[in-house]
Design a protein around this ligand. Structure first.
Ligand code: ADP
Length: 396
């Protein structure tokens, strides 16, 4: 709902509350002596109206705060208490005492001069920094006395975090593109400047240009995959996939890289069928097996296996016996562009996006991916996949 609309609605609710309160007070004054029945009926109506308003205010996602003319809290809905961290008995307490925020105090001061303030951004410090947009208005009751202030809080934290992630991503991508591009540019200039006539340099420089052009191509491809997965554009084509034969296929493709490092590729998979998008699952296995070879040990083993996690779920693992990962990297390796050793990753032709792609794909299948490792003890990447339903009549 539009913020100013919520502000209006809330102001109307509070005005109704004030109306009922005054009406009851007036009726009480007039009807003193007219009998208890009328007073009781009015009292019940007011109680009902209050309960309805309470329910309505507490069902709102936005925080609503009503301050009296002295700046003390008259009402705060649950969302407001959560956002501002109001605890205990806050009704009647001065706002500046309940919430220690200079910015909020300055907004309240501003409302003494301006009847309405829209889109005021507030940053609340704390263990978890929060960003809040506030729309606020001074309330005037019928007699033009101050009816206090009404403030509506809209949580912007998630939006700000997304914006920060986007900015970091753009900065990272630019950085990743710049290195190979400037190498290509530099060596092409050297060739044009005369190195092309020196047969030894000529070949060497062309190889550098070729290697960096390939790196750019890989990076572009990974970026496109990430953007497709994030936009949800690439709909998964779920079908029954024979995992053992798919792993065999990937092993064949990686045989030359494995042989170059004397790495054995082993599978102890039993025949098993999973529900997955074959192409995407191929990508997951390729990225993990590729990493096992790249970051494992020369002369080591990369082993693929699987266990039943539940009746309808399979836990697939890709393990190597290399140097493994330090504890602080275990949760971070799935972040875009996170690398334990930047130089090593670049040397191996890494883009820093492989595991982020793995995570996206596994999550799109409704699964989860994680890594278990200890320095010097190898790394085991595990992910959950749904099993394909058994054909009618059972396994045979
Ligand atoms: P990269 O393109 O750098 O390989 P990834 O997203 O595939 O990007 O991996 C991120 C980082 O995680 C790597 O740079 C590496 O530091 C670490 N890593 C991934 N797999 C392994 C592994 N099997 N053993 C040790 N470190 C690994």
């Amino acid at each position: 709902m539009e913020m100013p609309l919520i502000l209006l609605l809330t102001a109307a609710l509070i005005a109704t509350q004030v109306y009922w309160h005054r009406r009851l007070a007036r009726q009480e004054a007039c009807s003193r002596g007219e009998g208890d029945a009328l007073r009781q009926r009015l009292g019940e109506t007011e109680t009902r109206a209050r309960a309805e308003q309470h329910a309505l205010l507490n069902s709102m996602v936005d925080g609503v705060l009503w301050l009296d003319a002295k700046g003390c809290i008259r009402l705060a809905n649950d969302a407001c208490a959560g956002l501002l961290g109001l605890g205990g008995e806050f009704a009647g307490r001065p706002l500046i005492e309940a919430v220690r925020s200079h910015e909020l105090a300055s907004l309240v001061e501003r409302l003494a001069r301006e009847p309405v303030v829209r889109g005021f951004e507030l940053k609340l410090p704390g263990a978890e920094e929060r960003w809040i947009a506030v729309n606020a208005a001074a309330l005037r009751d019928g007699d033009e006395e101050s009816g206090g202030l009404i403030l509506v809080f809209h949580d912007l934290t998630r939006l700000k975090q997304l914006e920060r992630t986007r900015q970091e991503f753009v900065a990272n991508v630019s950085h990743e593109l710049r290195t190979p591009l400037s190498l290509i540019q530099g060596f092409a200039e050297s060739l044009l400047g005369g190195a092309k006539d020196d047969p030894a340099l000529n070949e060497k420089f062309l190889r550098i240009i070729d290697r960096n052009a390939q790196r750019l191509a890989l990076l572009t491809e990974d970026l496109l995959t990430i953007s497709e997965l994030e936009a949800g554009r690439s709909q998964l084509k779920i079908e029954p996939v024979d995992l053992r034969s798919l792993v065999g296929e990937v092993f064949e493709e990686f045989q030359p890289q494995a042989a170059a490092k004397q790495v054995e590729l082993e599978s102890d998979l039993a025949p098993v069928v999973v529900s997955a998008d074959r192409g995407r699952l191929h990508q997951v296995l390729s990225n993990l097996i590729d990493n096992g070879i790249k970051y494992g040990r020369v002369g080591g083993v990369v082993r693929v296996g699987a266990d039943s996690a539940a009746a309808d779920e399979l836990e697939v693992r890709v393990a190597d016996d290399g140097p493994g990962l330090p504890p602080e990297a275990l949760n971070r390796v799935f972040e875009r562009f996170y690398r334990v050793d930047k130089a090593r990753s670049r040397e191996e032709g890494g883009t820093g996006l492989g595991l982020s792609i793995v995570k996206h794909i596994v999550q799109a299948h409704g699964g989860r991916v994680w890594v278990e490792s200890a320095p010097g003890r190898g790394a085991t990447f595990k992910f959950l996949l749904p099993r394909a339903p058994m054909p009618a009549g059972g396994p045979g």
